[in-house]
Design a protein around this ligand. Structure first.
Ligand code: FES
Ligand code: FES
Length: 165
């Protein structure tokens, strides 16, 4: 199959690669760029382990072709934690919101999108925000608590000029 050129801003860096047109964004990130923080948990677009932000909006990267991201911006878990742990990552640690960790990058990217859209969600809104992300380990309680905690920390950071990225 003829390869095509794509140029995608990934975590603030322009990445240009030749790929087969059928390459999924998740494979582009993991295999072409070595960004293995984005996980693959299913092949049915159900689990959310592959969630990244495309132009600021959460998408399941197993449902997007890399060519569809051409000329656009992608944020992955590696980019989120680039300047040190993000407040959402810190809250996940504090609330022990992970066990095997397989769902965690996708869960955190969905939480990040949720908090970008709605900085002070209530519990129901948090549940809806992560409804596309499956976790087999935690029972979700600690994840919800972590996102609520991150929302408080990020709001306080904004008020006090701390890092509320
Ligand atoms: S790997 Fe994308 S939703 Fe499961
Ligand atoms: S921590 Fe294991 S799947 Fe969520």
């Amino acid at each position: 199959m003829d390869e095509v050129n794509v140029r995608i801003d990934v975590n603030g860096v322009n990445r240009e690669e030749k790929i087969e047109p059928r390459t999924l964004l998740v494979h582009f990130l993991r295999e072409n760029l070595g960004l293995t923080g984005t996980h693959i948990g299913c092949d049915t677009s159900n689990c959310g382990a592959c969630t990244v932000l495309l132009d600021g909006k959460a998408v399941k990267s197993c449902t997007v072709l890399a060519v569809q991201a051409n000329g656009r911006k992608v944020l992955t878990i590696e980019g989120l934690g680039k300047g040190g742990l993000h407040p959402i990552q810190k809250a996940f640690l504090e609330k022990q919101a992970l066990q095997c960790g397989y769902c965690t990058p996708g869960m955190i990217m969905s939480a990040y999108w949720l908090l970008s859209e709605n900085p002070s969600p209530d519990e129901e809104q948090v549940k809806r925000g992560i409804s596309g992300n499956l976790c087999r380990c935690t029972g979700y309680r600690s994840i919800i608590e972590a996102i609520m905690l991150a929302s408080k920390e990020m709001s306080a950071g904004r008020t006090h000029g701390r890092d509320g990225r």
